[in-house]
Design a binder for this molecule. Structure first.
Ligand SMILES: [Cu+2]
Length: 262
């Protein structure tokens, strides 16, 4: 008899939509039968005596301070701004803002822009003249064409490597997009210091690039929850600025009074 009643209850509950709480009435046989009797309060539940399973303590990440110094042609060693330090293959937080490299006063700002591979970089023109941003690099050649003040064009960088960026009108405009394998990175300020936070503890491969010094590879041991500092020296005593061609692989025409037409 009881099992039949239960079957009837199940059938009723599937046939009829469940009423809202305030719609239950005394006349509803379903609500009367579904009311459970309270548990007897005479016998309290036994106390749980088993010990909780220990959860593994997460190892906190650490911070890495990279100091980059470069020895120049004059033999003097000085902190290097705009160097890039990164942990290849490691992931960090996504950049706060989409990366941009502006054309302003016939210069690129910033001169060195580090981005994780796959990044789309926007190149706005804030000058009253036209610019034509391009690169003949092997890994990411591109040509954004001529565009005017207030306009911006965007291109993506999929392959890790150093991308030399120029303007086809103004030979003095030169910059770098440094495309990284991984997005745990930082660039040095004028003091030559780059701080990379949230690095997984333990021995990690570190790479550094500097415009005149080139590439450096090494390892650091990151203390859990602590900070390690490493100094990376470059010898750029033989470095010389190299002239470059325009986007057609030709020399730039000599500047004339009409230069600012563009
Ligand atoms: Cu230009």
């Amino acid at each position: 008899m009881l099992s039949r009643l239960c079957l009837l209850l199940v059938a009723l509950s599937t046939l009829h939509p469940r009423p809202a709480a305030g719609q239950y009435g005394r006349s509803s046989p379903t609500s009367v039968r579904a009311t459970a009797s309270p548990l007897p309060s005479a016998s309290p539940l036994p106390a749980v005596t088993s010990t909780p399973r220990p959860t593994p303590t997460p190892v906190p990440p650490g911070d890495v301070r990279v100091k980059v110094v470069v020895t120049g042609a004059d033999g003097r060693t000085a902190p290097a701004a705009d160097a890039v330090a990164w942990f290849p293959g490691l992931r960090g937080p996504a950049p706060a803002a989409p990366p941009r490299m502006s054309s302003r006063d016939k210069r690129f700002e910033p001169r060195v822009l580090a981005v994780p591979r796959g990044s789309a970089v926007t190149f706005p023109n804030y000058d009253k003249i036209f610019h034509n941003v391009f690169s003949l690099s092997e890994t990411s050649p591109f040509d954004l064409g001529l565009y005017r003040n207030g306009a911006a064009r965007t291109t993506s960088f999929e392959t890790p490597g150093v991308v030399r960026v120029y303007c086809n009108i103004h030979p003095q405009m030169a910059a770098y997009v440094v495309v990284l394998d991984g997005n745990l990175y930082a660039q040095t300020g004028k003091d030559g210091l780059a701080l990379i936070s949230g690095v997984p503890a333990g021995r990690q491969a570190l790479k550094v690039w500097e415009e005149r010094g080139g590439d450096w590879s090494g390892t650091v041991v990151v203390p859990p929850g602590g900070t390690v500092e490493i100094t990376v020296p470059f010898d750029a005593s033989k470095w010389r600025e190299q002239p470059h061609k325009n986007k057609h692989g030709k020399n730039y025409p000599p500047p004339d009074d009409d230069e600012n037409r563009y």
